[in-house]
Write a protein that binds this ligand. Structure first.
Ligand code: ATP
Length: 422
C-alpha cells in the first residue's frame, strides 16, 4: 500500500527533536495535530525550524506534560533543561530547549477589532483554527493520532503547485504583517504569489494598510526577513510588492548593491545589519536634515535593539564619506585613518557602491595588521603612563602598515616607538 503524505509527515516527525515525545503524548488523546509551518516544511521535505502543534484546549497544561516527557526521554531533569512560556491572551505555550522548540496553541477563532490591531481570540473549532491562518500552505493540519490530514480550501493544490494564497479577501487588511510574511515565504520557498492574492496585496498597500500596524510588529517581521538565508530575495520581493516604500517613502532596496556588499562583508560582519543599512542608505544620500537622527528614530520605531540600531546608523552615515575618501587612499596608513571605527557593514556598502578595491583591502588585510609590542613594553622601556603611550604605538603601527620599519619583529617596533616624535 503506498504511503500517504500525512504518514510521511509523521514518520519524519518521529526523527525530529521532541517529535517522539510528542507522538507518544498524542497517542493517549485524539485532539493533537501538527500544523502550520511544520506540516508545510515536512511535506516539502525541509526541516522545520520549530514544531507547531494545536490541541483542543489547555495548551498550557499540554506544554507542561510535553516538557516533562521530553525531559524523561532524554533521561534528564526537565526543570534544568527546559524553558516554557505561556501566553494566556493567545492561548499559546512555547517549550524550548537546546535541541528544539515546540509551539503549542489551543484551537482558536480570531476576529480583528480594527484593521492592523492584534486579534481578539476565543476558543474555536478545528475549521476555524485553520481559517484564521495567513496562507493556505500554512493551513494544513495532520492528526498525530490517526494521521488524518485536514486543510483549508486549495491548500493541498497550492502546496503541490508552489503557490501562496490568502484565505479570504480581508486578510491583508486584518493583518498587514502578512504582506511581509508573504515576501519572506515567497523567497524562502521559491513559491509564486497567486494572482488574486497579488492584487489584494497591492490594493491593501495602496489603501495604506501598513500604516495601521504598530512599528514593533513591523520590526519583528523585518528582523525575521533580514535573518533569512535568502534575505536578499525576501527584501527584493518586499520592494517589488511596494511594501518598503509604504513603510517609509525613502526606503530602497538595490539588489545588486546589497549582493555586492554581502560578498565583501567578512565573516565577523552582520549580513542582516548590512542589508538594513543598505535599505536606509537613501536617507543619507539624499539628506535634507539629520540622517543619523532619522535612521535612529526609524529603527527605534521598529524596536531594533540599541546596539544594532547604532551600528546600522553609523554604517549608513559613513558611506558617502567613505566612497569619497577610500578611493584616494594609496597608503595603508591612510586607509586605516579613513576606515577605522566605521562598522564593517558600512565599509562593505561603500565598497559595493564604488570603492571596491580599497574596501576589500581594509576588510581583508589592513584591519588585521597589529603590533607585536604593547603599551606594557613602552612602560617597561621608561615611557611614562599617559596618552603618549598611545601616540607612540599609533605612530609605529602607521609605519608598519606602510612598510617603513627597519625590519619585521618586536625589536624594530620597539626602536621605532622609542624614536617616534610625539
Ligand atoms: P517559520 O518557518 O519561519 O517558523 P512558520 O510558518 O512556522 O514560519 P510561525 O510564525 O512560526 O510561522 O507561525 C506558525 C503558524 O501560525 C504559521 O504557519 C501560520 O499558520 C500561523 N500564523 C503565524 N503568523 C500569522 C499571521 N500573522 N496571520 C495568520 N496566521 C499566522
Amino acid at each position: 500500500m503506498p504511503v500517504s503524505a500525512p504518514q510521511i509527515v509523521l514518520e519524519r516527525l518521529h526523527h525530529l527533536p521532541g517529535g517522539k515525545a510528542l507522538l507518544e503524548l498524542a497517542a493517549g488523546r485524539d485532539d493533537v495535530e501538527l500544523v502550520g509551518g511544520a506540516v508545510r516544511d515536512l511535506l516539502l521535505g525541509h526541516t522545520p525550524r520549530e514544531l507547531d502543534v494545536v490541541v483542543a484546549d489547555d495548551a498550557i497544561g499540554f506544554a507542561g506534560e510535553l516538557a516533562r516527557r521530553v525531559g524523561s526521554l532524554a533521561g534528564e531533569n526537565p526543570d534544568e533543561r527546559f524553558e516554557s512560556t505561556f501566553h494566556e491572551r493567545f492561548r499559546t505555550a512555547l517549550v524550548w530547549w537546546g535541541g528544539g522548540r515546540i509551539d503549542i496553541a489551543s484551537r482558536r477563532a480570531e476576529s480583528y477589532p480594527a484593521p492592523g490591531a492584534l486579534p481578539d481570540v476565543r476558543p474555536g473549532s478545528p475549521e476555524q483554527d485553520l481559517l484564521r491562518r495567513d496562507f493556505t500552505v500554512n493551513a494544513i493540519a495532520v492528526s498525530l493520532t490517526d494521521a488524518q490530514m485536514r486543510s483549508a480550501p486549495h491548500a493541498e493544490e497550492d502546496m503541490a503547485r508552489g503557490v501562496l494564497r490568502v484565505l479570504h479577501e480581508q486578510s491583508f487588511i486584518d493583518d498587514p504583517t502578512r504582506l511581509l510574511r508573504m515576501a519572506r515565504y515567497a523567497a524562502r520557498l521559491g513559491f509564486e504569489v497567486e494572482g488574486s492574492t497579488a492584487t489584494l496585496a497591492r490594493e491593501a498597500i495602496v489603501e495604506g494598510a501598513l500604516g495601521t500596524v504598530s512599528g514593533a510588529r513591523i520590526g519583528t517581521e523585518l528582523r525575521l526577513a533580514l535573518g533569512e538565508p535568502g534575505a536578499v530575495a525576501a527584501l527584493a520581493a518586499m520592494s517589488e510588492l511596494g511594501v518598503l516604500g509604504a513603510l517609509h517613502p525613502r526606503l530602497r532596496f538595490e539588489e545588486p548593491v546589497a549582493g555586492k556588499a554581502l560578498a565583501l562583508l567578512p565573516e565577523d560582519g552582520r549580513a542582516d545589519l548590512a542589508l538594513l543599512a543598505s535599505l536606509v542608505l537613501p536617507l543619507v544620500l539624499r539628506a535634507d536634515g539629520d540622517p543619523h537622527a532619522e535612521i535612529v528614530a526609524l529603527l527605534d520605531r521598529w524596536n531594533f535593539p540599541a546596539g544594532d540600531r547604532d551600528r546600522v546608523a553609523a554604517a549608513a552615515v559613513a558611506v558617502p564619506r567613505l566612497i569619497e575618501e577610500l578611493g584616494e587612499t594609496e597608503r595603508p596608513s591612510a586607509l586605516r585613518e579613513t576606515a577605522l571605527g566605521v562598522p564593517l557593514e558600512g565599509v562593505s556598502l561603500a565598497g559595493a557602491l564604488g570603492a571596491e578595491e580599497p574596501a576589500r583591502r581594509w576588510l581583508e588585510q589592513t584591519r588585521h595588521v597589529h603590533l607585536e609590542i604593547t603599551g606594557e613594553d613602552l612602560l617597561a622601556a621608561g615611557i611614562p603612563e599617559g596618552p603618549e603611550i598611545g601616540y607612540r604605538l599609533e605612530a609605529v603601527l602607521r609605519r608598519k602598515l606602510d612598510d617603513e620599519l627597519a625590519s619585521p619583529g618586536r625589536d624594530a617596533e620597539l626602536t621605532a616607538a622609542l624614536d617616534a616624535c610625539v
